[in-house]
Design a protein around this ligand. Structure first.
Ligand code: YK8
Length: 177
């Protein structure tokens, strides 16, 4: 996998979890900025293995004229039971883009680590992998990989920037965060 985000924020670990993995105002705004629409989320629910699961459906806007303008997408998230509330969260998310070329060949796996570093700080790490459900022809594979990395890089660069803004707003005036 590739490491796309690795940064300490002046935001507590549980607040970071809330920002990223609940229907927070932050996520609503971020999705707006990314032109992600028609969002519908299920609630977190424990599965038979003891992990928590939820799924998200939405429409993404794509800025690449070769691919098309929009695609519906499904994101399946798993919050591992090894997570410790307020201290350590591990979330895996599998993203399936349904309406892009070769969509039946690949999906994206994002792994989010939120680690408490002090009472009011946490480290956020995101690893990403492009996974293949079936082996495409070499040229197609490099096409998929190239287009995926650039889109993912852009997304996480913006997520980092928006989180830094949120952090600045939360911490100005010495409010409790
Ligand atoms: C999630 C990875 C690939 C996909 C896209 C596919 C091009 C296909 C190339 C063909 C459009 C929010 C991406 C970037 C769409 C957005 C996905 C997001 C950013 C021509 C071969 C959506 C995180 C995420 C993961 C994977 C991203 C897709 O929370 O290039």
């Amino acid at each position: 996998g590739r490491l796309y985000l690795n940064k300490v924020f002046h935001i507590s670990a549980n607040k970071m979890f809330e920002l990223l993995f609940t229907e927070s105002g932050f996520m609503r705004r971020f999705m707006n900025v990314r032109k992600i629409t028609n969002g519908s989320f299920t609630a977190w629910q424990k599965d038979t293995t003891g992990h928590m699961k939820r799924s998200l459906n939405y429409t993404i806007t794509i800025s690449n004229p070769l691919i098309g303008k929009f695609s519906t997408a499904t994101e399946n998230q798993t919050l591992y039971k090894e997570s410790r509330d307020g201290h350590y969260y591990l979330v895996d998310s599998e993203v399936y883009t349904h309406d892009v070329p070769y969509h039946d060949y690949f999906y994206t796996q994002n792994r989010y680590y939120i680690i408490r570093t002090s009472k009011r700080k946490c480290r956020l790490r995101v690893y990403t992998d492009v996974k293949y459900k079936k082996q495409p022809w070499g040229l197609v594979k490099s096409f998929i990989t190239k287009n995926s990395w650039s889109g993912i890089e852009d997304y996480f660069r913006q997520l980092e920037a928006e989180l830094m803004e949120e952090e600045a707003e939360m911490n100005q005036g010495g409010g409790d965060s």
